[in-house]
Design a protein around this ligand. Structure first.
Ligand SMILES: [Zn+2]
Length: 442
């Protein structure tokens, strides 16, 4: 009982280890916070929801009282946060899109305190977005990160190697970070990465496409390292890509779901029965196209409410992703709910008959050509036109081009005009990243 009381106090920031840590960064405070999140994951569902409700109520009331965007929004829809009685009251709030928040100035939507740090999303969703996060959330971000890695077998004897465009906020000093924007940079830094991997048994983490490319390089160079687990983020991989990576690394790969403005939302554990939601950090719901709540087991749009970052509260915020909250718990014993992530809605191709297919459905095709293709890009030019750009590694024959064209024509039910072009350049996003899929309909 006393133990549960302490866990609740820490998780609900009534005794904020994060704030304490930002003032006195003593390892003991860090251990205490990590202890609390590790205990929180085993509370029963009722206790977890009760804590989520108290945290959600506190941050929503704070937003209502202090942030013009949210006072105006709640006023407009006739929602009074002061009267919230259960977490289900959130369903009275229509979801808020990234575009809606972006239309307003940052001063109108968020709060800047001396504690706030400015950051932006990379714009891989097509909508770059600036926001703040509070320095006092850094310790909690780190605790959740370490807990997530412990789900895939991380222990004191292992090192962490992260390969990403920018490092995850709050993780400086945790593991080894290698900055990498794409295949060219990965190739340049290859030897440095090999040296790191050679040091110790490793948990390897990074953006899916970079990690996949690393596997290709390692296979070419016939090198092996002691890799315990691989955690990939941000992009979906095909089954073929996954099996290839697992054979090269000699380790299983696990999915992590997160975004820059929310950080780590969910991650798979060793059982791979779904992604456990970091429920003390974020409240996740699934809604239909009109914003109505969907029950567990139904697929729809993911909306989230952040529970800790008071300088950028996000309430029923649409991330542009699709998923399902699973109706069962994981057999690993962690009681945090499971979500399956089904891809980003901006990766959808809309056919002239208005059916939707996901761009990642073509990753299997490109995987078969992985020895011939350096990079590819799919562009939906209009409702009935699709272009495929291919930067070849070696010769990409007319027969290869025809095969790509056939697969695209079949998958799009012969409703679209498909062109396949061999080129030496694909379109880049302002961040310098190249997106596999561009939808000009949006
Ligand atoms: Zn599990």
């Amino acid at each position: 009982m006393v133990r549960n009381f302490i866990i609740e106090r820490i998780i609900e920031n009534k005794f904020s280890t994060s704030e304490l840590y930002s003032r006195y960064p003593h390892p003991l405070v860090g251990s205490l916070d990590l202890w609390a999140v590790n205990k929180f994951q085993n509370l029963d569902g009722g206790a977890i929801r009760a804590i989520q409700f108290r945290k959600a109520k506190k941050i929503i009331q704070f937003a209502y009282r202090n942030i013009p965007f949210w006072s105006d929004y709640f006023g407009r829809i006739g929602f009074n946060p002061e009267t919230m009685e259960s977490i289900d009251d959130l369903t009275k709030i229509p979801p808020v899109s990234r575009e809606l928040i972006k239309q307003s100035s940052i001063e109108y939507s968020f709060i800047r305190t001396k504690d706030s740090i400015f950051d932006t999303t990379s714009g891989s969703t097509g909508i770059p977005f600036g926001f703040y996060y509070s320095r006092s959330t850094l310790l909690r971000r780190k605790s959740i990160y370490l807990r997530n890695l412990s789900w895939v077998g991380f222990s004191q004897n292992h090192q962490i190697v992260r390969i990403m465009t920018r490092d995850i906020t709050g993780l400086s000093g945790v593991g080894n970070f290698v900055s990498c924007r794409g295949p060219e940079e990965l190739e340049e830094k290859k030897l440095h990465i090999y040296r790191l991997l050679n040091q110790d048994a490793t948990i390897l983490e990074g953006v899916a496409s970079s990690i996949f490319y690393l596997a290709q390089l390692m296979e070419k160079d016939s090198v092996k390292f002691d890799i315990v687990a691989v955690v990939t983020t941000a992009e979906r991989l095909s089954q073929g890509q996954l099996s290839f990576m697992e054979s090269v690394f000699g380790a299983k790969t696990y999915d992590c779901y997160g975004t820059r403005e929310v950080d780590r939302i969910a991650q798979e554990c060793l059982k791979k029965e779904g992604l456990h939601i970091n429920s003390e950090w974020v409240y996740v719901e699934i809604v239909d196209e009109r914003g109505n709540s969907l029950p567990f087991g139904k697929s729809g749009k993911i909306v989230i409410t952040t529970l800790d970052n008071f300088v950028t509260p996000l309430v029923r915020y649409e991330l542009g992703d699709r998923g399902t909250i699973l109706p069962h718990l994981c057999s690993c014993g962690v009681s945090l709910p499971l979500i399956s992530f089904e891809g980003r809605t901006f990766e959808q191709i809309e056919l002239p008959d208005h059916t939707i297919i996901h761009a990642f459905e073509f990753s299997g095709l490109f995987n078969r050509f992985s020895d011939k293709i350096l990079k590819y890009q799919i562009i939906q030019e209009s409702i009935d036109r699709i272009s495929v750009l291919i930067i070849p590694k070696y010769e990409f024959t007319l027969a290869d081009q025809q095969m790509v064209k056939n697969v695209f024509e079949n998958k799009t039910k012969h409703l679209m005009y498909v062109t396949v072009t061999v080129t030496n350049q694909v379109y880049s996003l302002p961040s310098g990243k190249t997106s596999v899929f561009i939808n000009k309909l949006r």
